[in-house]
Design a protein around this ligand. Structure first.
Ligand code: DX5
Ligand code: ZN
Length: 219
């Protein structure tokens, strides 16, 4: 089985010590930085925007996996590319012209991701899966860290994996929300490639060790 990836979400980090938190991730077994951008419209919360992403990019030594929870994300594709973002994910529910949005992300040299809310069926990705580098399966309703994992996610991951194989696509499956040591292995067994973890990492006594443990689950 392939080794999977861990992407700590800085949403749960200490923003007053952001540089220190970034250095911790740099030194850890983590693979990507997961950055949650929220606009207070698509989701009922506002997190951070471009100036903070720019500040993170200055110190981060691992790819930036940016999750846009915003309406009309097409407006900012070039901006995030210029900031050095590697993966740019938009929400299926926020994109009436998803195929066009995916092409625009790729045209800027980034990997194109699509996040789906818990109520969105993976079947809706059938016609675009070959154009998607990464699907973020939301295992909580987006907007906040620290929520409980939705159990139906395992079935969604299995269904999505089946779709990817059927369509011969190279899409990665990323799980976002409520990930911890109790569900990590089961998610990977269901077909996940990347696990996002916010609270479980940053609210733990030893975040570096917690990342190491999660990574060990994926070996
Ligand atoms: C939720 C965000 C997540 C969040 C995960 O809307 O997309 O990335 O930071 O946080 P935890 O791991 O605490 O559920
Ligand atoms: Zn996220």
């Amino acid at each position: 089985m392939n080794k999977s990836m861990i992407a700590p979400s800085l949403l749960a980090s200490d923003f007053a010590n952001l540089q220190q938190e970034i250095e911790m991730v740099n030194q850890s077994d983590a693979d990507w930085f997961h950055l949650d951008v929220m606009d207070g419209v698509f989701v009922p919360n506002i997190s951070f925007g471009m100036p903070v992403v720019q500040a993170i990019a200055k110190y981060a030594k691992k790819p930036l996996d940016t999750h846009l929870m915003i309406v009309d994300p097409d407006r900012y594709i070039k901006t995030f590319a210029d900031l050095g973002v590697h993966n740019l994910s938009v929400h299926y529910e926020a994109c009436p012209h998803l195929h066009r949005t995916l092409q625009a992300i790729k045209a800027e040299g980034m990997k194109a991701g699509v996040a789906i809310n818990p109520h969105t069926s993976v079947k809706l990705l059938e016609d675009t899966i070959q154009d998607i580098d990464l699907v973020i399966v939301m295992s909580v309703n987006p907007g906040f860290g620290g929520q409980s994992f939705i159990e139906n996610t395992y079935q969604k991951v299995a269904d999505l994996k089946e779709l990817i194989l059927k369509k011969n696509a190279a899409t990665l499956i990323e799980i976002d929300g409520g990930v911890n040591a109790n569900n990590a292995k089961k998610l990977l067994d269901a077909g996940a490639d990347v696990l996002v973890a916010g609270s479980f990492v940053f609210k733990s006594d030893n975040p570096t060790e917690t990342i190491k443990k999660l990574k060990a689950e994926t070996a």
